[in-house]
Ligand binder design. Structure first.
Ligand code: AMP
Length: 175
């Protein structure tokens, strides 16, 4: 199964800038069986976790997270780029593998004590995921874990996530 999913991920060299090998998930999204398998594999560890919500960063995180929330029977919390969310927000800044950015959450998106899993398509340096953890925790949520379809293990993004349990469906040990 894991080998099958890898076959649906396309390496695009030098995108979005020289030196980055971009993991293109669009072939996986286009394949019904691969898409279903990816969503099920992301959700599997949390079947009995009694989550309040799955949180994800736009935009590729959204593609999987809403479906994972549906599988787990919980809600979905969008973490968005600045000035996209209409009501009151909090913000966290972070460094990307290829830039700097900020994400925001609605202040009422998570209630104190609620258990949340953060989902994204890929963990590279871990900056995005760490910012997502920061937002969930500042809202009072409890980060139960983080799930990624792809982990670029050679960038050691896990190091930014301390003791939080990380679940990766596919792990790449080198470029
Ligand atoms: P990072 O904050 O460095 O862990 O970067 C993770 C975020 O950037 C994810 O939301 C990915 O969608 C995107 N990203 C970073 N590096 C890559 C890459 N090599 N291929 C595809 N997406 C990437």
């Amino acid at each position: 199964m894991v080998r099958d999913l890898t076959a649906h991920i396309r390496d695009v060299p030098d995108f979005p800038k020289p030196g980055i090998v971009f993991k293109d998930i669009t072939p996986l999204l286009r394949d019904p069986d691969a898409l279903a398998a990816a969503i099920d594999a992301l959700a599997a560890p949390y079947a009995d976790a009694d989550l309040a919500a799955v949180a994800a960063v736009e935009s590729r995180g959204f593609i999987f997270a809403s479906a994972v929330a549906r599988v787990l029977g919980c809600g979905f919390v969008p973490l968005r780029k600045p000035n996209k969310l209409p009501a009151a927000t909090i913000a966290a800044a972070y460094e990307l593998e290829y830039g700097v950015d900020t994400i925001e959450a609605h202040t009422d998106a998570i209630q104190p004590g609620e258990r949340v899993v953060i989902v994204d398509d890929l963990i590279a340096t871990g900056g995005t995921a760490a910012a997502a953890v920061e937002l969930v925790e500042r809202l009072g949520g409890q980060v139960h874990g983080l799930a990624f379809l792809i982990e670029l293990a050679f960038l050691d993004g896990r190091a930014k996530l301390g003791a939080y349990p990380v679940h990766s469906v596919l792990t790449y040990d080198g470029e």
